[in-house]
Ligand binder design. Structure first.
Ligand code: PNS
Length: 163
């Protein structure tokens, strides 16, 4: 059985990410969700918070049995450590392509044993991103259709504390 790893910042996880998890686990029942400790963008939530928020959100979405892990350093090292065969990523609009293509080819140069596998998101999540959700929430907008309730609560708490 192939093992896959779905890496990301998950700052925080959105319904778009959850949609990709649902699609990916049909092909990869053994799927790790890997939260990067130090993303290139400075995160709103700490890595510990992002792991907890992700775990709770998956349970709320009725997705059980997946392991949420964190990693610091190169993704391919984390993938090796967990015996993964594939790296899962989601694709939204066309604009994701160049970034994903560059990352996949870089990872392939570094570690040719991993295949990068892409899942297309549902149409309704094509333009959904964690940063958009944070911006909407920061200005008091309703994010309930974009993230699970537990994530909405965590966002409100964090963004209110930051004010
Ligand atoms: O959700 P994101 O921010 O688009 O995810 C990007 C992520 C975290 C998957 C990527 O930046 C990553 O794996 N970073 C760890 C460092 C690494 O392995 N870099 C080389 C791959 S280009």
């Amino acid at each position: 059985m192939a093992i896959a790893i779905y890496p990301g910042s998950f700052d925080p996880i959105t319904n778009g990410h959850i949609d990709i998890v649902r699609r990916a686990r049909k092909l990869f029942p053994k799927l790790y969700i890997a939260v990067v400790a130090n993303p290139h963008k400075s995160p709103t939530f700490t890595v510990e918070e992002r792991v907890e928020i992700t775990k709770t959100a998956l349970i709320e979405a009725g997705i059980n049995g997946l392991e949420v892990i964190s990693y610091d350093g190169l993704l391919i090292d984390c993938a090796r450590e967990h015996g993964a065969d594939a790296i899962v990523r989601g694709l939204r609009a066309n604009s994701d392509f160049e970034y994903e293509f560059q990352m996949a080819l870089t990872n392939r140069d570094l570690a040719p044993e991993f295949e990068s596998v892409f899942f297309m998101t549902a149409k309704k999540y094509s333009f959904l991103s964690s940063s958009t959700v944070k911006e909407i929430c920061m200005y008091g907008g309703d994010v309930s259709t974009f993230v699970p309730r537990s994530v909405e609560a965590a966002l409100k708490k964090k963004l209110q504390t930051k004010k």
